[in-house]
Design a protein around this ligand. Sequence first.
Ligand code: WQD
Length: 348
Amino acid sequence: MAKGKILITGGTGYIGSHTVVELFNAGYEPIIIDNLSNSNISVLDGIKAITGHSVIYENIDCKDYNSLERFLEKHPEIVAIAHFAASKSVGESVENPLLYYRNNIVSLINLLQLMPKFGIKNIVFSSSCTVYGQPDVLPVTEKSPIKPATSPYGSTKQMCETILYDFTHANKDINVVLLRYFNPIGAHPSGEIGELPNGIPNNLLPYITQTAAGIRKELSVFGNDYDTPDGSCIRDYINVVDLAKAHVVALNRLIDGKNEKNIEVFNLGTGSGVSVLEIINAFEKATGVKVPYKIAPRRPGDIEKVWADTSLANKELGWSSKETLEDTLRSAWNWQKKLEEKNSVTNG
Ligand code: WQD
């Protein structure tokens, strides 16, 4: 008997799908709504290959209030929501801000408006280290100042956090955990699910694995004149399975009533900063595969360096990242190779 149904919005996406797997492993029944705007229905096959479960899924856009309401009417046993459904490309958000404000803000408001109607009291929200902007002091803690966002994507995450603070202030029976992700990378060790970027990848790791696979000619390193040891930007790259497990811990905390306040925020990172050039070297060392690259101009909107102080999540959630960078990079490469195999089978 499952411990309860958990609604995963955006559950066919990168972090959502890995969280679905970990929730099954923890004895819950995750159910998915996703409009497939940035994911593929084939992810459900991957989840089944790993867990043996055929997960309940409906193609629903969280911006569509009536469809969302009808879905919740069909599933009165939902005990919590993990809300991943959002647009997440920094670059795209600069070109198309209204798509980001409409999608990311309206989706959350619809969910919050419907939660009391269906007695759903718990929600874990997918936030981002982007809310910090370029911190003055590193590592960044949950109490670090929130600086003006450097992109509409970052603004939507800041706005959603504000909406959640105001909503939980007005509704004391609603419980929220905000999880501020640093840079999720890697794939499930089985190679059955992973990051599936549409078109040319924005993010570093999929661009590296596609370059290593010969799909891309070479990687452009966006700047090597930053104030960092090797001149390239520094980020805190966290294994996606470690990240997914943190969601299970956060959901348990809310469902079991262990939260101390009705809104809490946690950084989810490794606590270590790694530069772009170090990632390339670590990937080549971990996989034995060269990654041709060139130094290119800086990318507008990039911050120079950020990494997490993870002590609050370590202490309050009893969670810390476990996977090594090398194993994580190998998992990304393993996933890329499996993707090639799948594509070659389907393309004949
Ligand atoms: C990482 C570093 C680039 C591509 C964003 C969002 C964040 C999260 C992850 C959702 C930067 C450099 C990249 C390339 C490069 N989103 N890079 N060549 O921008 O840190 O974070 O994605 O969860 O909220 O803000 O991630 O992977 O795009 O870039 O040199 O082809 O790699 O300049 O320094 P980013 P990223």
